[in-house]
Every structure is written in structure tokens, then in C-alpha cells.
Ligand binder design. Structure first.
Ligand code: NAD
Ligand code: TYD
Length: 340
């Protein structure tokens, strides 16, 4: 298969490319990435420098119709997995426009170009956040839940999900959607909870918990999400959305305390800061459809996954240092300055 992956220089895309190369050495992979602040070409440099790896990096924007059309044509692409996105909720609160541009319009552009090119299968990578938020006793999100996004990020992702639905219903375009809970693992950009808290705890700096720390997220090891995307690519029905989760619901406070324990750091580092506006209370996933139709099951327990993740960050302090460039620090200083 000649597979085009968008956003492959980000966190999940990088892990997906390594995993697919390992599991499907015969696949030829193309990675189209704009290299925003969150994209790092060096993540995949070892594949890029190996002439026999069957991996090609393509620098560009998913919003550019002529460019995407020529990529699909020139590289004779069979199938597409669309990971490319602006992915950080806090940044979407600060400035929603790039989220709408890439996450909604960019996804629509990818589907339009793929439809015109007669692509066999298109997987659109979405998120549990499109469903909105749950109360403490609500059943987990199922694919039947209405889309009720609360942040500019989740609204922009929901826009693409609705467009994917319309492309299937209107054009019979072969698109399937994946909706997954919070990922963690190697290469996650250190603006997200786990790597951010890792950096701060290691430096004995205070750990900023929004509100009272009682918000709940379901955590999935990134390889398990990648497996979900792979299964959707291979077996997912066109027109359908599939939920994926890690069966590991935790309050933010519980998670941060576990991390501090692994790092041997004191809980006194925890600081409560001004809450994120519109902060979703709880996410939980019912992924029984993916179990039944795709044979999905999360394989990595949280205790094991978080230890592997911490080890990776310890061994890759250079990576962490490098990705925290000027643009990163600018946003972080402003955002956390406002939370004091
Ligand atoms: P990320 O921010 O780490 O990476 C995003 C990548 O997309 C970067 O390499 C960036 O350069 C690229 N990109 C951004 N705009 C682009 C554009 N216009 N054209 C081409 N490339 C562009 O994100 P991630 O955490 O790896 O998330 C990947 C996908 O998975 C996203 O669609 C996200 O919504 C979804 N998702 C993420 C999570 C999570 O916990 N991180 C959970 C569920 C779903
Ligand atoms: P995040 O990693 O940004 O993922 P998402 O918002 O997509 O779930 O945040 C995970 C949770 O951690 C969320 O409830 C917000 C909270 N959080 C903090 O309490 N402090 C922080 O500094 C960050 C980045 C997140």
C-alpha cells in the first residue's frame, strides 16, 4: 500500500509511522507535514536518511488544494490517514482561527482532493472531545452520542467529522472516523499535561493544575491509539466513526501524583491555578464497537505506559530542550502568566 499520512511529524503521527514501518515493511509511507511549532522533521530522520526505508517526507499544507492534488497524483497514493491538526485546547482558546483553518477547512480540502483522486480509503483522525463533556455518573461516550463540542479546538474537529459524514452520505466517499481519548507516550509535545508536568517536576518547579484538579480524562498509550487507526484503515466501514479508549480514567490530580511518585518528587510542587475557560469535566470512552467490528483492545496498562513514557523523556532530554523553542516559550509565558 502507498499510504499518505498527514501531520506525521507530530506526536501521534511519528509513533504511527514507526509502528507501521515495523508492522508493514512492504508499505510505502509518505508524510505530508507543514512543520508548525508542533511538527519536528527530525523525529523521523533515521527513516528519511535510509534510502531503503520506504518513507518520504513532503513539506506542505493540507489546506493547499493544488499541492495536495499533485501529491496524491505524483506519488500514486492509495489511502490517506489525516492526523494533521492544531491540537492544543489552550492555544485554541487564545486564537481559534488557525484551528478552523487546518482542522475543519484543511480536513475538507484533504477529502475533496482524495475524492477527486479516487482514493480507496481515507481515515480521518478525530477526538473524544467532539462529544463534549460528561458528568461523574454519566455512561461513557458512545458513537451514538450527539456532537456537543465546547472548545474552539473540539468545535473545529467536530466540523471536520460532520463534513466527513456529509462526504460519505453525498458522494459515497470511503471515509471512516476515529475518535480517541487522551494519548500519552514518546514524542508528545511538552505543552500537554504529562510531558509538561514531567519537565516542571524534574526542574523542581511548581506544577500548574487547573481548577481543583478533579477533571477526569481517559488515558491511552499512543501505540494503542495507533493500532486503532491501523485497524480502521484495514477493516473500518466507510461512513462509520469508531471510539478508542484506554480504560484508564483518572482525575488530573491523581495522574500528577502518580507521576511525582515515579519521579521521586514531592507533592508540595503541585499548585492550583486559574481554570481553563469551558474546561470539560470528564471524558470516558465506550469502545465496544471497535472491539466488536475491528478486534481492538488497549494492550498497554496505564502503570506500564507511564513508566515507559517517563523513561523515554529521561533518555531524550535533548529532544525536549530542542522543541521548546521561541514560539513555544512565548505562548507558555503568556498563558501561564494569566493563570496565576
Ligand atoms: P500534534 O500537535 O503533536 O501534531 C500535529 C502535526 O500536524 C504537526 O506535525 C504539525 O506540523 C502538523 N500540521 C499542523 N497543521 C498542518 C497543516 N495545515 N498541514 C500539514 N500539517 C500540519 O498533534 P497530535 O497530538 O499528534 O494529534 C494528531 C491528531 O490526533 C490530531 O488530529 C488530533 O486532533 C488527534 N487526537 C489527538 C489526541 C491526543 O491526545 N494528542 C487524542 C485524540 C485525537
Ligand atoms: P491536555 O493535555 O491539554 O489535554 P486535553 O485538554 O485535550 O484533555 O490537558 C489534560 C488535562 O490536564 C485537562 O483537564 C487540562 C489539565 N491541565 C492542567 O491542569 N494543567 C496544565 O498545565 C495543562 C496543560 C493541562
Amino acid at each position: 500500500m502507498r499510504l499518505l499520512i498527514t501531520g506525521g511529524c507530530g506526536f501521534i503521527g511519528t509513533n504511527f509511522i514507526y509502528l507501521m514501518k515495523e508492522r508493514h515493511p512492504d508499505w510505502t509511507l509518505f508524510n505530508l507535514d507543514k512543520l508548525t511549532y508542533a511538527g519536528n522533521r527530525k523525529n523521523l530522520l533515521q527513516l528519511e536518511q535510509d534510502a531503503d526505508s520506504g518513507y518520504t517526507f513532503i513539506h506542505g499544507d493540507i489546506c493547499d488544494k493544488d499541492f495536495v492534488t499533485s501529491v496524491l497524483h505524483d506519488y500514486k497514493i492509495d489511502a490517506v490517514v489525516n492526523f494533521a491538526a492544531e491540537s492544543h485546547v489552550d492555544r485554541s482558546i487564545n486564537d481559534p482561527a488557525p484551528f478552523l483553518t487546518t482542522n475543519t477547512l484543511g480536513a475538507q480540502n484533504m477529502m475533496e482532493c482524495a475524492r477527486n483522486a479516487g482514493i480507496e480509503k481515507f481515515v480521518h483522525v478525530s477526538t473524544d472531545e467532539v462529544y463534549g463533556t460528561l458528568g461523574p455518573d454519566d455512561p461513557a461516550f458512545s458513537e451514538k452520542n450527539p456532537l456537543e463540542p465546547n472548545s474552539p479546538y473540539s468545535a473545529s474537529k467536530a466540523g471536520a467529522d460532520l463534513m466527513a459524514r456529509a462526504y460519505f452520505e453525498t458522494y459515497k466517499f470511503p471515509v471512516s472516523i476515529t475518535r480517541c481519548s487522551n494519548n500519552y507516550g514518546p514524542y508528545q509535545f511538552p505543552e500537554k499535561l504529562i510531558p509538561l508536568m514531567f519537565i516542571k517536576a524534574n526542574a523542581d518547579e511548581s506544577l500548574p493544575i487547573y481548577g481543583d484538579g478533579s477533571n477526569i480524562r481517559d488515558w491511552i498509550y499512543v501505540d494503542d491509539h495507533c493500532t486503532g487507526v491501523e485497524l480502521t484503515l484495514l477493516k473500518g466501514q466507510p461512513g462509520k466513526a469508531y471510539n478508542f479508549g484506554g480504560a484508564a480514567e483518572k482525575t488530573n490530580l491523581e495522574l500528577v501524583k502518580e507521576l511525582l511518585k515515579i519521579l521521586g518528587k514531592d507533592e508540595s510542587l503541585i499548585t492550583y491555578v486559574k481554570d481553563r475557560p469551558g474546561h470539560d469535566m470528564r471524558y470516558a470512552m465506550d469502545y465496544s464497537l471497535a472491539e466488536k467490528e475491528l478486534g481492538f483492545t488497549p494492550a498497554v496498562a496505564f502503570d506500564e505506559g507511564i513508566r515507559k513514557t517517563v523513561e523515554w523523556y529521561k533518555e531524550n532530554s535533548d529532544w525536549l530542550e530542542e522543541v521548546r523553542s521561541g514560539a513555544y516559550r512565548e505562548f507558555m509565558d503568556q498563558w501561564y502568566g494569566e493563570r496565576k
